[in-house]
Design a protein around this ligand. Structure first.
Ligand code: OSB
Ligand code: MG
Length: 368
């Protein structure tokens, strides 16, 4: 097949609730979507780059620029057979993995439609439902956090992850553990600590956390190994794993015992599958991270989460936690036992609401 057209759009979508991490507060999302066309079929990809280069060095504007000037020209009108052909097409461009992932994932979605299979099946998924957790941002007060947890536990979510940073950590964990001694609880520091905090972090072993996500520098997995030797709680790596070689190096070093896979962070489904396989080889479980996606990226995360080594609840949760109105139909819902059913219909398994997308599009551009 040949991709005949790439339609780029930027959406402006207010979040239903602000989301605060150690790197800042997000109140609304600017979202880059790509829609590709081939032989009368169209498919979508979502770029998970943020509004600012705070989680990673990419942001919406850099992703837009690279998609328009570098990636789209490499993808348009060349003969490809599947999404697996994209990494080689994009290889000359270093980095910009979130931009690459949006296009590559759209090609996988298109291929699934052409073959009449679900995206989950095309990726090698084996699960019919996926276990779900939630990521809860830093709150204005501890009381507000307790209310949020109460709501999510009652909704059936299987794991609660708390965003943390110095000043919003051990006292919060103690409060939460006091009230919920047995829930699966984890924390995500988004690189808010250094090795000087090793003793402080080691003391968190008493909270029986499922994992501590990316405590140290975003680009490090060497010193994470030093920290892992000093604590019992498992370290989960997020930011620092850019590809399957990083995953292998980190697991050989002992930098962590769990990997969060974000398909945008690693540059697309092909690389996400490779990271999945390396972790499996080491007997290390993975789970699917989230980046405050719309329904399109969320549907792709659900498909990826159906692979066998996604053994822990992910950050893939219901549309309504993020949006008053999602851009897919039906919206993503989570059962009272904290599971999402993996669609079995061809492609992404959710309809795209083009009318809703049109209403919140702030710029668009087509390349042929
Ligand atoms: O580190 O997992 C992260 C959101 C934005 C950027 C980074 C992260 C997150 C989340 C939210 O934790 C996950 C979600 O609910 O989509
Ligand atoms: Mg994280």
């Amino acid at each position: 097949m040949k991709i005949e057209a790439i339609h780029m759009r930027e959406l402006n979508m207010p979040l239903a609730h602000p989301f605060e991490t150690s790197f800042g507060i997000t109140t609304g999302r600017r979202i880059l979507l790509v829609e590709i066309e081939a032989e009368g079929v169209s498919a979508w990809g979502e770029c998970v780059a943020g509004e600012h280069p705070y989680f990673s060095d990419e942001m919406v504007d850099t992703a837009w620029h690279i998609t328009e000037t570098e990636l789209s020209p490499r993808l348009l009108n060349v003969e490809i057979s599947s999404g697996r052909d994209c990494p080689a097409l994009f290889e000359q461009v270093r980095g910009h993995r979130m931009a690459k992932a949006a296009l590559e994932n759209a090609v996988w979605e298109l291929d699934a439609q052409r073959q009449g299979v679900s995206l989950a099946k095309l990726l090698g998924g084996t699960r019919s439902t996926i276990p779900c957790g939630v990521s809860i941002g830093i709150q204005p007060t501890p009381e507000k956090l307790m209310e949020k947890i109460e709501t999510e536990v009652a909704a059936g979510y299987q794991r609660i992850k708390l965003k943390c940073k110095p000043g919003w950590d051990d006292r919060i964990f103690a409060m939460v553990r006091d009230r919920w001694p047995d829930i699966l609880l984890s924390c995500d520091a988004n690189s808010a600590y250094s090795l000087d905090d090793a003793n402080h972090i080691a003391a968190w072993d008493r909270f029986n956390l499922l994992m501590i996500e990316q405590p140290l520098w975003y680009d490090d997995f060497y010193f994470h190994a030093t920290l892992q030797k000093r604590i019992n709680t498992k370290i989960c790596l997020d930011e620092c794993i850019r590809n399957h070689r990083d995953a292998r190096a980190a697991l050989e070093l002992g930098s962590g015992k769990i990997i969060n896979i974000k398909v945008g962070r690693v540059g697309g489904f092909t690389e996400a599958l490779a990271v999945h396989d390396v972790a499996q080889e080491f007997g290390v479980p993975v789970w699917c991270g989230g980046m405050l996606e719309t329904g399109i990226g969320r549907a792709h995360n659900i498909a990826l989460s159906s692979l066998p080594n996604f053994k822990l609840p992910g950050d893939v949760s219901a549309s309504k936690r993020y949006w008053t109105q999602d851009i897919i139909e039906p919206e993503v819902t989570v059962s009272s036992s904290g599971e999402i059913t993996v669609p079995t219909t061809p492609g992404r398994g959710f309809e795209v609401r083009r009318d809703r997308i049109d209403a919140i599009t702030v710029r668009q551009h087509t390349l042929r």
